[in-house]
Design a protein around this ligand. Sequence first.
Ligand code: SF4
Length: 359
Amino acid sequence: MTGIYIHIPFCARKCPYCDFYSVSYRKSLAEDYVQAVIRNLHHYQISDSVDSIYFGGGTPSLLSVKQISEILETCSKNFKLASPEITLEYNLTRTDGNHLHELYQAGINRLSVGTQSFSDSQLNLLGRTHTAGQNLETIRNAEKAGFRNISCDLMLALPYQTEEILSETLDILISLPIQHVSAYLLQMEEHTPFYTNREILDNLPDDDVSADRYLQTVHTLEDAGFQQYEVSSFAKTGFESRHNLKYWFCEEYLGIGAGAHSCMKNRRFCIPRDADLFCKSPVQKEITIAENACDDEERLMLALRTARGVPESAFSTNARRKFPILIKNNYIRKNSENQICLTPEGFAVSNAVISMLLE
Ligand code: SF4
């Protein structure tokens, strides 16, 4: 099964911590861009069935429902769709229920909402233009519109994010009609305003506090029935994101759009982060990242970021010698399927644990 990722790079306003590729929304550019997406969807042939279509960004919810429908119709004409999970990243540029209802009618069956926090002061610090109240209204409207697969984004390790502030956000989150949470630690990315903002830099939590907030999140979500299935993702049973899992299990996905990444037939490639170039080119320009991706070591490294884990036999003798100490320190464990996987404490320092195992 293959996934299709469609990158929609438009944002109403740039958030000061974000280094994803995005440009200001303009109606005429958006229309040209959608036509270029359609052109490129016609260009590629996929013999396998497609079980996931993901609109990521940027802010894909800035597109009109008609534009999203045109893209979906092109997918269904060109590819063999196998009851796909169709996700749209939804940022709160609007909260009206009618828009959500139209998106649901158009075929979007999974909504990934950029809530980030349910504290107004934290949203304000992040430069988000929505409030905690609008987050709530959007989730409730999405449920009323028919969505039964809703994910919320949550940001951790923020300046001034005390245990109590995070606890209030988590309590609200688990009371909502949602099935999935993606929780990310704030990363200080070069070339973003946060990177040189003295107030932000002076109030960033240290590694120990960041790990505490992460573990607080893992334990609260797990107690509420959201199982951790990879380092940043939690889901009620049966609601793990198909799209997400394709990255971790080296399955094929085709990325369309400026800045999109693909992995097809073990070849990884990306498209230049340039919306104008993407619109003007008859076919998107592929830049090869790796010709022989998904070798055994890469598969092992990626699978270790999931709760599914890896069979013991996949590790080198040297790595297996380190198991006792890592198990004793509660960084790795054997799961119910007898596979080696990281514990929440191991996920909190996953880069270090995985490097140790791959040394
Ligand atoms: S809305 Fe999302 S993609 Fe756009 S600037 Fe903010 S964080 Fe980045």
